[in-house]
Design a binder for this molecule. Structure first.
Ligand SMILES: [Zn+2]
Length: 459
């Protein structure tokens, strides 16, 4: 439905942060009130609001069977495309590197072409966006749907016209959304359109960028302050004495994470069988103590090559060795890593389990003999970073799980580790085709990043 172009309404602008804040709050309340008016009371009562800045439903499932807010004008398929949760892992991704078999639920029979196309779109295509990013997209999309309901235009969300997107953006701005939030919301809208075969509202070349530039120039784009973990922090934490086993685990986690330039989500994913003791020993005995830590899949590692990061021989390496022995973090005899290097091993324990064993305590096991210890969560990793910083008497407010990668990259760049070499440890930087083929025939180079982080002489 095409809307008549209207002149901007008469408005008052007031340059007062307090009034702006009050207006933002009032707008958010008004959106919720409008949703309450458009949907059935029974639906509204089931809505759980997230803590997001902009009114956002926690789940779109509550809208099943709801016809208000324009939902009644949608066909069954349109409704499904609008409301479906796109954040979960597809069955193929759950295989985590192993392609599961794909067959008809009711048994044999080849797939028709149209069915194969539909399967490809639903199971392979979503993987072009990292699962964590998809989660973010779905969160913003729920905010979009909430807004659509409040304006009773659920049928104008997918596809969405440029005019509707601009209206949506304006109201989010009035409601106090930051430029980053708007940018993520636009990406969510764009992603949803592509996923269901529609042309996104900002499809024209440069349209996204130009509008974002306009927004940033009037609004500013403050980023959350995150301090990197510095070389001096790492040196200090490795000198701490009298630590409990839990504190020891945290120190090793933070030091290893910084050496690896790891993202917070990569630490919980590390398993004992991703640790390659003496990985470069065969090259030269001087490397016999170096450790390789395999990251199965770095963000943007679209070929799923993985990355073998290195921890140089020295204090941290000796701490790691003592830690895995004390915590009985051993490779399980049924380990699958050799056969399926790209997949999670169902038998071996995580390198950083939540649970710390007491002296003499045996690790918990499942019936099939697998180690039952669970990995730390991302939140646990952030908490560990903060707690280690507090042990160093540092104000931990601005440190989080992200401080490790930021610290590792900073230390390596400061120590002038060449970009292609830093890439081998961090996967960081614009991917140049040649990077993927660099195989330094001298492992010294592979340890440069780790040495820079640990404050050791780089060459
Ligand atoms: Zn294993």
């Amino acid at each position: 439905m095409a809307r008549r172009a209207v002149d901007p309404p008469a408005v008052v602008y007031r340059n007062d942060p307090d009034i702006a804040r009050a207006t933002a709050l009032a707008t958010r309340a008004a959106i919720k009130a409008a949703v309450a008016e458009t949907v059935a009371v029974s639906t509204y009562n089931r809505i759980v609001w997230t803590k997001s800045h902009f009114p956002t439903m926690l789940s779109l499932k509550v809208l099943d069977g709801e016809d208000g807010g324009g939902l009644g004008r949608l066909t069954a398929r349109q409704r499904k495309n609008l409301l479906t949760d796109t954040s979960g892992l597809t069955a193929l991704e759950e295989g985590d590197g192993i392609l599961p078999s794909v067959e008809r639920a009711e048994g044999t029979g080849r797939f028709r072409i149209a069915e194969l196309t539909a399967l490809f779109r639903s199971t392979v295509l979503p993987a072009q966006v990292e699962a964590s990013t998809r989660g973010g997209y779905y969160r913003h999309w729920r905010g979009v749907v909430t807004w659509l309901l409040a304006h009773e235009v659920a049928d104008e969300g997918l596809p969405m016209s440029l005019a509707t997107l601009e209206a949506l953006t304006m109201e989010w701005l009035i409601a106090g959304a930051s430029v980053n939030t708007i940018k993520n919301m636009w990406s969510a809208v764009e992603d949803r359109h592509r996923m269901f075969g529609h042309q996104p509202p900002l499809w024209q070349p440069g349209a996204f960028r130009r509008r974002l530039k306009a927004l940033s120039s009037i609004h500013g784009c403050p980023t959350k302050l995150v301090f990197p973990i510095g070389v001096h922090h790492i040196k200090a934490m490795l000198r701490l004495i009298g630590l409990s086993p839990l504190q020891q685990r945290n120190v090793i986690l933070v030091a290893v994470g910084t050496v690896m330039c790891a993202r917070p989500c990569e630490m919980p994913a590390l398993q004992v069988c991703d640790v390659h003791w003496g990985v470069d020993a065969a090259f030269h005995s001087m490397f016999s103590d170096g450790i390789g830590l395999k990251v199965k899949k770095r963000k943007n590692d679209v070929e799923r090559r993985g990355l073998m990061t290195r921890v140089p021989a020295g204090l941290l390496q000796r701490f790691m060795l003592a830690y895995v022995q004390e915590q009985r973090l051993m490779v399980n005899p049924r380990c699958t890593k050799a056969d399926k290097p790209g997949a999670r091993c169902p038998y071996c324990p995580p390198l950083f389990p939540k649970m710390i064993l007491r002296p003499g305590q045996a690790p918990p096991r499942r019936d099939n003999g697998a180690d039952a210890r669970l990995a730390m969560s991302r939140q646990n990793v952030s908490t560990a970073v903060k707690s280690v910083m507090e042990m160093l008497d540092v104000d931990a407010r601005h440190f989080s799980g992200k401080s490790m990668r930021r610290g590792g990259l900073s230390a390596a760049i400061t120590a002038k580790v060449p970009a292609p070499i830093l890439y081998l440890q961090s996967g960081h930087g614009k991917k140049k085709a040649a990077y993927a083929y660099i195989v330094p025939d001298d492992p010294t180079l592979l340890y440069m990043t780790g040495k820079a982080v640990l404050g050791m002489s780089v060459v």
